[in-house]
Design a protein around this ligand. Structure first.
Ligand code: SF4
Ligand code: SF4
Length: 200
């Protein structure tokens, strides 16, 4: 029983003359290891605003807000709710839209501090008939590129290609949906109505 006590006294005396094991943070900035799972950051070059990260986030730290007037989708990560699990990074469909940095410091007195929220805005495309969101412009572009030539089979993707080479004047609203409405930004539900009316 005496031997452990001697060992402890020896360690205590030894620590008086050795350098501290802990870091003097925050007096001295602390840099985390390269693979440390820290604060998630959006990458504006690679995020297409699809919203997958919000769906997979287990702590519902990511929210999506669509401003229909400004046609802007805002993705927000509430860093006070994030538990740095890395699901958003792992399931991101572009693989680089959001990544966990090795930043770790979140010391703020007020939870409303803007630094506690990671935000990114993307341009939103709305249905020209019902005004509901179809998807972000970058998301449509990403799908079109993956489809290659097959994208020409869908009017929304056709419009993406056409918009690059010409300006399309918006047509005035008609009494009812017509076949010509196919060549507009139209959501799946309204497109189904146009096809049904056209067929029958
Ligand atoms: S591209 Fe990635 S980061 Fe951007 S919304 Fe989709 S899943 Fe989230
Ligand atoms: S790291 Fe995990 S908890 Fe944090 S935002 Fe991403 S999915 Fe949500």
């Amino acid at each position: 029983m005496i031997l452990p006590k001697i060992r402890e006294i020896k360690e205590a005396l030894g620590s008086l003359f050795s350098a501290p094991i802990t870091t003097p943070f925050p007096a001295v900035p602390f840099e985390a290891e390269k693979n440390y799972r820290g604060i998630p950051r959006y990458n504006a070059e690679h995020c297409i605003g699809c919203g997958t990260c919000a769906q997979v986030c287990p702590s519902t730290a990511i929210t999506i807000t669509d401003d229909l007037k400004k046609k802007i989708r805002t993705l927000t990560v509430d860093l006070t709710s994030c538990m740095n699990c890395g699901q958003c990074e792992e399931k991101c469909i572009t693989e680089k839209g959001i990544q966990l940095s090795n930043e770790h410091s979140l010391f703020y007195a007020d939870r409303k501090e803007p630094q506690l929220y990671e935000r990114l805005e993307r341009e939103l495309i709305l249905c020209e008939i019902c005004n509901k969101p179809i998807a972000c412009l970058d998301h449509l572009q990403w799908v079109k590129n993956r489809l290659g030539a097959k994208a020409y089979a869908h009017p929304n993707f056709l419009l993406l290609v056409q918009a690059k080479s010409s300006t399309i004047e918006p047509s005035s609203p008609k009494e009812r949906l017509r076949r010509e409405d196919q060549i507009k930004w139209v959501c799946a539900s309204c497109r189904q109505q146009i096809v049904t009316i056209d067929e029958f």
